[in-house]
Design a binder for this molecule. Structure first.
Ligand SMILES: [Fe+2]
Ligand SMILES: [Fe+2]
Length: 185
């Protein structure tokens, strides 16, 4: 069921804009990490970029067939620095989403009884918590001149859940089964 209320639709468009930019920014920062000799950080950026793609995809779909043109205002971190700075940018962006953006958007969607939008915001909010944690570990490692010690990174196609702790049987956020995960090795 597509979104009915303008306020929640605005928030979906803003979140779509923010996730789209995060997706692209992480791909660029992943290339920088590769060039600086941190291939695991590069892979982590690409895996998390894929999770942000899943979020953008969910937000766009919840807008349904509303095909009008809109100018979108979305918070985003800008700039390309060294990998340590880029990881800090990732942490800052994720924390903004966790502490301010998604809780507000989620509550608005619930208030307006927008179940689909609320689900999309809930998925993103929960996934971003893991992203902030992984970026923090990566930043601490790079600060010491070392790549982050991780193996495969698994990303749930449905909700963007991201894990380096092995493939779960079921997604802890959305309940999807393990076939729905994409693996970055
Ligand atoms: Fe994220
Ligand atoms: Fe999931």
């Amino acid at each position: 069921m597509p979104v009915k209320n303008d306020m929640t639709a605005d928030f979906l468009r803003s979140a779509y804009g923010g996730e789209s930019m995060a997706h692209m920014r992480y791909l660029v920062w992943g290339d920088v990490a590769d060039k600086e000799g941190f291939p695991n950080v590069g892979r982590l950026f690409r895996a998390i970029a894929y999770a942000e793609y899943a979020h953008a995809d969910n937000h766009l779909r919840e807008l349904g067939d509303k095909k009008q043109d809109f100018s979108v205002t979305a918070g985003a971190v800008f700039g390309v620095g060294k990998t340590e700075q880029n990881l800090q940018g990732g942490i800052d962006g994720e924390l903004h989403e966790i502490e301010q953006m998604y809780p507000v958007y989620l509550n608005a969607a619930k208030f307006q009884d927008e179940k689909g939008a609320a689900r999309a915001f809930h998925y993103a909010l929960e996934a971003e918590k893991v992203h902030a944690d992984l970026f923090t570990k990566a930043r601490d490692s790079v600060r010491e001149g070392k790549d982050i010690a991780i193996g495969d990174v698994h990303v749930c196609d449905v909700c963007g859940h991201t894990t380096t702790d092995g493939l779960p049987d079921k997604c802890p956020i959305c309940g999807a089964n393990k076939e729905m995960y994409k693996t970055f090795s």
